[in-house]
Every structure is written in C-alpha cells, then in structure tokens.
Design a protein around this ligand. Structure first.
Ligand code: ZN
Ligand code: ZN
Length: 372
C-alpha cells in the first residue's frame, strides 16, 4: 500500500523529472565502486551521505542504490521534501521505521549482496535487518561514500567559502563588542546570532568560547565564566551554509596576555604557518602533522599539544582526511582541511589557531582570512 501511494504521487507529476548533472555523476561513481566491491545494492543511512548523493534533506531516511534504481525510504513527514529535492528517485513512504519495510524494498529488487557503512548502522538495527533479509547478505563496506566526499567540487568549494565568510563577519561583529564582564555563554550566543542573521542555517557546531584557564580544555562547553582583563579568550566556531560548514579558531585578549601564553601563541602561530606551507597534493597527512608538532616541541611545549593537527570539513565538521600522527591519508587536490595546532597550559589558558585551507596544484590556498 505504501509503495502504491508513492507510485500514485509520482503519476501526478506530469513528466519524469531527470537527475541533475552533479548527482548523476556521483551516482555513477557509487555504482562503479559497488561493482568493484561485487555488491548489487548499497544502503545509505547517514544523512550527509544521502544529501551528497541525492540532495534529499529529510531527517528520517535510508537510500538504497542498485545498478538501476535509487529508492528513497522515508516517512510521511518528508514525502513532499523527497518529491521536491530528489524527484528522480523512487520514494517509499513507510508508516513505521521497521527493518521489515527496508527488507521488503530490497527483496523486490532481487538483490543478493547489499553493502552498508558500518560507521552508520547500530548493532541492533543491523541484527534485525540481517534477520529480515535472509538469505540476502548484508555486508559491511566501509568508506564507500566518505572517500568520495573528500575532494570537493566547485559547488562545494563555493558553499564552504560562504560558510567561512559568514563565520568571519560574525566574529568581527562580536569581537567589536567584547568587554570585561560578558560571560562565555553570552559570547557564544552572540556568535550564533550574528551568523544566522548573515544567512547561516545555524552554527556548524555549538561554539567553544573559553575564558582564562578554561581555554586549557580543548573541547570546553561555554558557561557562566566571565571575561576578565589580561586573560585569553579562545573562540572555536563555524557556520553552516547550504549544508556546508566552516571551522575556525582564534584567541583574543583584552589587555596583556600572560607571558607563558604569549610564548605559546608564538609557537602555535609558527606551527600553523609552517604546516600550511607544507600542504600540497601527494604529501602524507601525518607528515604535515609532524611539521607542526616539531615546531611546538622545539618551543618546549611538545607535551601540551594534545590533539591532532586537523581534519577535513564539508557536510560534516569532522570528515576525511585526518591530519594526525597515525593518519594513513595522503592529501589530494580539492580536499578542504583545517590546520589547528594548539598549546594548553593547565591553570593558565590555551592557544589554538585554526584556519581552513584547500589543496591546490601548487600547494594550498588559505580560504579563511582573519588576522592572526
Ligand atoms: Zn574548530
Ligand atoms: Zn576543527
């Protein structure tokens, strides 16, 4: 009945809508990868992967890709969304979110080996789906789409540029209003407000605003602590525009920065600059991390740089590639990554400087432009 409803809805549209160029290309890419992995179907549960492949933005969904079909499983709330955003895909509006509906759709496609990304399917759903599908085999196939999302198309680069511009304008507006006595939570709220009034769908993530000693905690949640003179304020924020994100960090100080942090700032800045100079196609991500880590080690802050150098950004704030000591990734043309070395001094504060760069033929272009 559900499928019939979807078919009737399709009949109501006058002409069979055709898939746009971007999505057609991506679909061809996915299909050839499925062939390579000897899969005749692929289930996509991750919302960003679904958006990348189909343009569908609904919350509740799974996408099934086969050699001939793209089936969008969602529920009644997103039926119209599916029709508007991916009219070329076959929508199945399920009444309940059950593995049986998914299994039924797969059965009708006569598939035998269906892949999925284990990063996006919980063990309970997997077990239920596998039971319902027997004898069709449900096979773990990791990184199929996340690997394809690493290098950005011109359209994606443009969206990320807009997300950066909005985040930077918001920062400059907020920085102009910073004064002693404002709380971290107030500053975070202002950042979000300034981004949204400038066209962001929202923040890319809840901003980190850390005053004074709390800046020593790399992933701090802003609270009631108030901005004081001669203390650092660390802000890590980003905007989401057309689904793509930016991710930036700056450290400011009203008054004079504590001497130890001034030294740390100089080391972090040099690590940041040298790492950016080392970015180019073909270089190992771990080697770029090493460049930054060596600078910080030489400044005797080695133990205080306790996270990786950076990560890819796109539809997610953290996506492939990873820039860390243990990363096996190699940088490629069109990747957009963050470079964000940091030094954290317990009881004193912390410094992290984060910019977004795109890998270009000659090295990289720094997309963000706030002064350091
Ligand atoms: Zn960040
Ligand atoms: Zn980041």
């Amino acid at each position: 009945v559900i499928v019939k409803l979807a078919r009737n809805a399709r009949r109501a549209t006058p002409a069979q809508p055709s898939i746009g160029e971007t999505h057609a290309e991506r679909l061809a890419q996915v299909r050839s990868e499925l062939e390579r992995r000897r899969l005749d179907g692929y289930l996509i549960f991750n919302r960003q992967d679904q958006f990348w492949l189909t343009g569908f933005t609904g919350e509740d969904g799974a996408v099934l890709v086969t050699a001939r079909a793209v089936v969008l499983l969602t529920d009644g709330r997103f039926g119209l969304t599916a029709q508007l955003e991916a009219p070329w895909a076959r929508a199945v509006l399920r009444k309940r979110r059950t593995p049986d509906v998914t299994a039924g759709v797969i059965r009708r496609q006569h598939l035998s080996r269906v892949g999925f990304d284990p990063a996006h399917l919980d063990v309970g759903t997997y077990a239920a789906l596998q039971r319902a599908l027997r004898p069709v085999r449900l096979l773990s196939a990791s990184g199929v789409i996340s690997a394809m999302r690493r290098c950005k198309t011109a359209g994606e680069v443009a969206a990320i540029r807009r997300a950066i511009a909005v985040a930077q304008e918001a920062f400059e507006a907020v920085r102009g209003e910073l004064r002693v006595g404002l709380s971290e939570a107030e500053i975070a709220a202002r950042l979000v407000y300034e981004m949204q009034t400038r066209g962001a769908e929202g923040p890319a993530f809840p901003p980190i605003v850390a005053a004074g000693a709390t800046a020593a905690l790399p992933h701090y949640t802003p609270g009631s602590r108030r901005l004081k003179r001669d203390e650092v304020l660390l802000l890590d924020w980003g905007a989401r525009v057309d689904w793509y994100v930016s991710d930036l960090t700056r450290v400011v100080c009203l008054g004079t920065m504590p001497a130890q942090l001034k030294k740390a700032y100089a080391a972090v800045r040099e690590a940041h600059d040298r790492a950016i100079a080392a970015v180019r196609p073909g270089v190992r991500a771990a080697a770029v991390d090493r460049v930054a880590r060596d600078v910080i080690r030489r400044a005797r802050f080695g133990e205080r740089f306790n996270h990786s150098l950076g990560h890819g950004i796109g539809l997610n704030v953290h996506e492939a590639p990873r820039l860390s000591q243990v990363s096996k990734d190699v940088l490629e043309l069109g990747m957009i990554i963050t470079i964000e070395p940091g030094v954290y001094l317990p009881g004193v504060g912390g410094v992290r400087l984060e910019d977004d760069v795109i890998v270009t033929p000659g090295g990289c272009e720094v997309l963000s432009s706030l002064p350091l």
